[in-house]
Structures are given as C-alpha cells and as structure tokens.
Design a protein around this ligand. Structure first.
Ligand SMILES: [Zn+2]
Length: 197
C-alpha cells in the first residue's frame, strides 16, 4: 500500500494538465465512436435486403422496424413520419415551451417510447416532478439513450440526450436530479409516446 501510494504521487501531478475541456472532448469522442458501428452494420443489412428485390413477402411492422436504417432517413422521410412539432423537436433539436407538452405532469404508469423509432426510453417509475414544466426522469431504460456535449449556448455547455437507436434529440441531462442517480433527464414531450401499462 505504502509503495503504491508513493508511486501514485508523480502521476497525480501530471494529471493536473488534463483540463475539464480535454475531459469533455474525450467523453464526446468516446461516446460518439460507439454508436457508429451498429449504424454501419444496419446500413449494410438494409442494402442487402434491398438488393434481393424478388421477395414477394411483405415484412410485418416488427420486421420492418428492425430493418429501418434510421441514420440514413432524409429530412423529407422524417417529415412524412412525424408531425411538424415532433420533427422540429427530434430532428432539428428544438425545445417545446415549459408546461405545454403532453407529458410534463403525467403520472400514468407505463413506458415512454421514442416517437421516431418506438424504442423504450424511460419508465414512468423513474419520472419525478422537477418543477421545470418538462417531463423529467432520473434514469433511462438500459442503454437506449446516449449523450453528447451541446455547446449551442455559449458559456452554458450542456449534455444533450439522444435516442441511441435513431439519434432523435430528446432533451438534456443535468446533475441536479434525485437519488439514486442524481441525474435529471429533462425531456421534450413531443419526443415521447407513452404506452400505458
Ligand atoms: Zn429513436
């Protein structure tokens, strides 16, 4: 113990050169490299499926959902799938006005899914009243959301929350949430669809 402690001292001195900015940059890069792999994979699968056009069997909704390459959908295709408000929030990183969304005050038990790709994102059991006027959760479902540094407001770096499957903009994460995570996922209602239990 004593040996390792003395060895760790010079290391600590060098780590002071890592600025918070560098750490953010690292987080940003590492979180961004991960989801690119499955996206490429789903694209090649999609291309393979498209080339075998002789198949007369129409896939049902579930199969189709598994094959959609959300990363390659154009704005025009998203506009066909979404309302104007849903498109503005999820694909153009918009923010709905506080206390106006469908779910800011909802207490119905159920699961909140992504409005774009139907991935389950938040359970009602993790929803809490944040007083902000936006639906707020302290924890997402599994790894179904991802985060990314958002510098769109100067002097106010924030962590953007996105759907891990289709990259829909959902909202932002803050560190002032309740236990057990201490996180507050501040989400736009328009990005969600509640499926009651
Ligand atoms: Zn999605």
């Amino acid at each position: 113990m004593a040996l390792s402690h003395s060895l760790s001292l010079p290391t600590r001195t060098t780590t002071t050169y890592i600025t918070p900015k560098t750490q953010f940059h690292f987080l940003f890069k590492s979180k961004f490299l991960v989801p690119k792999k499955p996206r490429t994979l789903s694209f090649s699968l999609h291309a393979m499926g498209a080339s075998s056009s002789s198949s007369s069997q129409k896939p049902d909704n579930l199969q189709e959902a598994g094959r959609v390459d959300y990363a390659s959908l154009s704005d025009g295709e998203w506009k066909k799938r979404l309302t104007e408000e849903q498109f503005y929030i999820t694909r153009q990183k918009g923010t709905e006005r506080a206390f106006t969304g469908e779910y800011w005050n909802t207490k119905t038990p159920g699961t909140y899914h992504c409005i774009c790709c139907d991935t389950p994102l938040f359970e009602s059991s993790t929803k809490f009243d944040s007083g902000t006027g936006w639906p707020s959760y302290y924890q997402p479902v599994g790894n179904n959301v991802k985060s990314k540094l958002d510098l769109s407001i100067i002097f106010m770096p924030r962590q953007e929350v996105l759907c891990a499957v289709c990259d829909a903009h959902l909202g932002h994460i803050f560190d002032d949430g309740p236990p057990p995570t201490g996180k507050r996922y501040c989400i736009n209602s328009a990005a969600l669809k509640l499926k009651p239990k």
